[in-house]
Design a protein around this ligand. Structure first.
Ligand code: PRP
Length: 179
């Protein structure tokens, strides 16, 4: 393990097992439909790919890029739309795929935006949820793991763009972001 990390929080085996369970739940809940999964770049890219690979029903995918953090380790509360969807979501069953919900600002903004576009439904799935940090009233329909308020990286999650390609989810050492 790299010296930048305190410990493994969620192993790759735990991630894979939970992703399988979530995919099976979504397969059941969306049976007979063709949901549109929206990947919120860049943090959710690993989760998105693994989740959709495990699903057996027909799905569509699109990508959106939103930023609320910039280079900072805490949300500024401002949300910026960097890349919009390529296609209309009118009449579609939309599932927003996130890596983590922290303050809830990003998803609260995004859910409002997507609901204004006349979809059949909008649900949220997040791999990680940090309910302690919530500043807005926002809950996820599907959650992989509820975690404590610790700085986590790996499996798509970054600190200043680093560590996204790590296979496990680690707690980042304080010395890395407090220097
Ligand atoms: C992260 C994460 C969520 C958001 C959650 O994105 O992917 O989108 O922050 O925080 P919030 O609940 O406080 O709004 P980030 O802006 O770091 O971009 P990234 O996915 O490219 O890492």
């Amino acid at each position: 393990m790299k010296k930048d990390f305190d410990r493994v929080l969620i192993s790759k085996e735990q991630i894979a097992a939970r992703v399988k369970e979530l995919a099976a739940t979504l397969d059941r809940d969306y049976a007979g439909k063709k949901p549109l999964f929206i990947c919120i770049l860049k943090g959710s890219v690993m989760f998105f790919a693994d989740l959709l690979r495990e699903m057996t029903i027909d799905c569509e995918m699109d990508f959106m890029s939103i930023s609320s953090y910039g280079g900072a380790s805490k949300s500024s509360g401002e949300v910026q739309l960097i890349k919009d969807l390529d296609h209309s979501i009118s009449g579609k069953d939309v599932v927003i795929v996130e890596d983590i919900i922290d303050s809830g600002n990003t998803l609260s903004y995004l859910k409002r935006l997507l609901l204004s576009r006349d979809p059949a439904s909008v649900k949220i799935i997040t791999l990680l949820d940090k309910p302690e940090r919530r500043t807005v009233n926002l809950s996820s329909d599907y959650v992989g793991f509820v975690i404590e308020d610790e700085f986590v990286v790996g499996y798509g999650l970054d600190y200043d763009q680093a560590y996204r390609t790590e296979k496990e989810i680690y707690v980042l050492s304080r010395s890395v972001y407090e220097k």
